[in-house]
Structures are given as C-alpha cells and as structure tokens.
Design a protein around this ligand. Structure first.
Ligand SMILES: NC(=O)c1ccc[n+]([C@@H]2O[C@H](COP(=O)([O-])OP(=O)(O)OC[C@H]3O[C@@H](n4cnc5c(N)ncnc54)[C@H](O)[C@@H]3O)[C@@H](O)[C@H]2O)c1
Length: 376
C-alpha cells in the first residue's frame, strides 16, 4: 500500500530491484542503491551463489540466489545487470522475457545485432532498457551541457579525448574479460567518453580508426591468480576520428599500450572558447574554460547531484512512473555500441565506416535533481 506523505499525498512504493552479477562493480551500485528511496534492492543474484549471498549480507538485501530465482521474485520489477560483458545480452533477455525492466552495465550487448534484438524484445514486451554509463547524469557532465547550452564556448566545433595507460591487469583480479572480444580499452572505457559526446553533440555519422596491439599476452598483477599469463584478443591501441550529424568532429585515443597514464581528458572546442569537461568516468569535477586570447583557464565548479553509480537506475524508475523517456537509454547505448563496432571495423578496413542508428538526445537534468529524496 502506498504510504501517505506529509501533505496527504500518496508516496509510491519503492521500485523492486534485483542486482544480477555480484562482482567488483556491484559494491558501488549496492552501496548507492540501498540509500536511494525510490528503489529497494530485494535480491542479489550471481552464478556464484556464495558471491550473491555475501553481497546480500553486506548490504542488507533480504534474499540471494540465481538469476532464475531473482526472476521468480514477485516484487522485482527491474533487473540491474552487472554481469561480465559476454553475459549482458543473455541475462537482459531473460529478464525481459520475464517482463522485467533492465538496466545493463556497458556495453549494452556483445554486438550491434544482439543489442538491437534486445531493444526490439523490450519494445514488444512493453518494458524499458537503460544502460550505463550514468556518469553522463552526474553534476560534471550535466554542468558542461548547461554551460554549452548557455553559449559559453560559442558554437561547438570539435572534441579531443585522451585515454591512455598501461591497462587494468595490474589491479583487476580477474582481468581476462577486459582483454576478450567485446572489451579492450575501446569497448570497456569508450562508452564513458563516447556517451558524453553523444550527450553533448548527438549522433555520429561516420568514423575511421587505426588500431594496434603491442602484446599478445598479459600477466595478472593482483589477487589469488597473480602471475598467471592470459591472451589478449583485442586491439589495445585505437586512434579514431568521428563526425557528428551536427557537424562537429572528434579526435579520440583509447590505449592500454602506454606507460604514461592519462585519463579523463575530454575537451570541447567551440568558436569562442575551449571547455575542459570533467572526467567522463566520474560524476563530479570542476569545469575549465579558456576563451580566445586568454592565457589561463577559468575554473567553474559543477552543480547538481554526484551520487554515483545507480543514478541512472533512479532516473529510469522515475521516468517509468512519469511516463517519460529515461535518459541513459538503450537507444543511446546501442548507438555508442554501433559507433565502437564501426571504429573497430575501421581498424581492419582502413576506411571510413558509417554509423546509422539514431537516438533522441536525452533532456538535461534539472540542477536540483536529487536521487536521495523520494520522487513524489
Ligand atoms: N570493475 C569496474 O571498475 C567497472 C566499472 C564500471 C563498469 N564495469 C562493468 O561492470 C560489469 C561487471 O564488471 P566487474 O568488474 O564487476 O566484473 P566481475 O568479474 O568482478 O563481476 C561479474 C560478476 O558477474 C557474475 N556473472 C557472470 N556471468 C553471469 C551470469 N550469466 N549470471 C549471473 N552472474 C553472472 C560473475 O560470477 C561475477 O561475480 C562489466 O560490464 C564492466 O564493464 C566495471
């Protein structure tokens, strides 16, 4: 029964959620989701029952078990799918088939056809698909969006992004999936950068790339399996260019073949100024603007919620209730997936590759949007 709010208005019950995939990133999600009043985590699931049980115990989630058991839970309305990329589509499809909305970790699916099939399946079933990254909903990127809309850099012309470093096998205890088909720096970290550009510029029309792989094997650097060698299946250096339907151009670097670590670099240049956007892999951060003729950057603090991972789930739940489109949409994730696939293909064909899917640019979030206060 809906609880009566102070003004006599009925507050909706929290949306029942199951978290599927209780590995590394589930800690950040669970820590946040259990504090957001619009959702209630009812179930933790994993193919490793022990992991699911441990995460349920750690975050006060009342039940744990398998995906099948999660989908039998009558009050689970939405599945937060935090499995490895190879399992994203299969787990999401099972949830949709059971009539549940799905929030997927990125990438949406292992390939464009699987991603499109997922969205078609959801449309037929009348349920929604949302997809990470929800960092685009954080104060940093939303403030950048507001600044550009207010004309702070003039007409946006181009973007430059840099992601380079030695790779995640030094710190991730199970890094193989990050070097398997469907991952690598482009598919693992590209979604953050490309989703910011999708949020700011809209859809891409074509891309081109050069890709390389410095080593065919890598060595696990931490955890119980440290020292074990594994195969690298994907390019680990990708230098790409992209053209946007709005006329903008972007230069993009994604590399795990660099001893020098440089992450979170994303600049938008307009007719009047360059805007340095906060790290696309974070929810907060300052913005910096440098206008024509200036020798120094002007630092501008970001405004709005920076609640972290799970914010997109809250936006999705609220949007479902209000009958509005949610912002971190499956359509935008499919476009980003198609873009990454086209970049990957261009690395082999050495030709420009078209990107054909479109999406509606999501509405900006209000500055006072707050996942910690129940939406009435
Ligand atoms: N680790 C990070 O910092 C990070 C950050 C952002 C996003 N992500 C994304 O989150 C996802 C998970 O990453 P992770 O680092 O937590 O991986 P992980 O390997 O630590 O955890 C994945 C979990 O999913 C479970 N799993 C695999 N297949 C399953 C299936 N079919 N059904 C149920 N459970 C299944 C595994 O047993 C494991 O517990 C990936 O898509 C990754 O790109 C990770």
């Amino acid at each position: 029964m809906p609880a009566a709010a102070a003004g006599g208005q009925a507050e909706p019950e929290p949306f029942g959620v199951a978290v599927v995939g209780c590995g590394n990133i589930s800690k950040q999600y669970l820590k946040n989701l259990v504090t957001f009043p619009d959702v209630q985590v009812l179930f933790c699931a994993d193919i490793d029952a022990g992991r699911a049980k441990a995460q349920a115990a750690a975050y006060g989630v009342p039940a744990s078990g398998s995906l099948e058991q999660a989908l039998e839970h009558p009050d689970v309305q939405l599945v937060v799918n935090l499995t490895i990329p190879a399992a994203h589509a299969e787990v999401a499809s099972a949830a949709i088939a059971a009539g549940r909305h799905v929030w997927n970790e990125k990438p949406l699916a292992p390939d464009v056809a699987a991603g499109r099939a997922l969205l078609d399946q959801a449309a037929k079933a009348g349920v929604r698909v949302g997809c990470a990254p929800d960092t685009v909903l954080g104060a940093g990127i939303q403030s950048a969006r507001r600044l550009i809309a207010a004309g702070a850099i003039g007409t946006p012309l181009s973007a430059l992004t840099l992601l380079q470093g030695p790779g995640p096998e030094s710190w991730h205890p199970d890094p193989e999936f990050l070097f398997a088909k469907g991952a690598g720096p482009l598919f693992d970290l590209g979604p953050y950068y490309l989703s910011v550009l999708a949020t700011l510029f809209g859809p891409t029309t074509r891309v081109a790339a050069i890709s390389r792989r410095a080593r065919d094997t890598r060595v696990i650097g931490s955890g119980p399996r440290a020292g074990r060698e594994f195969n690298v299946e994907v390019p680990t250096f990708i230098s790409a260019v992209a053209e946007y339907a709005g006329g903008q151009a972007a230069s993009l670097l994604f590399s795990w073949d660099s001893p020098l670590q440089r992450m979170g670099f994303l600049e938008i240049t307009g007719t009047d100024a360059t805007l340095a956007v906060p790290d696309p892999n974070r929810f907060d951060g300052d913005l910096r603007v440098r206008r024509a003729g200036e020798r120094e950057w002007t630092v501008i603090g970001s405004a709005g919620a920076a609640a972290g991972r799970g914010s997109g789930v809250v936006d999705m739940v609220r949007s479902i209730r209000r009958g509005q489109p949610h912002r971190a949409s499956g359509e935008m994730a499919l476009h980003v997936l198609e873009m990454m696939t086209a970049i990957d293909r261009s690395g082999e064909t050495a030709a420009f590759e078209p990107v054909e899917s479109g999406f509606e640019r999501p509405a900006a979030l209000a500055e006072d949007w707050d996942p910690y206060v129940a939406d009435v």
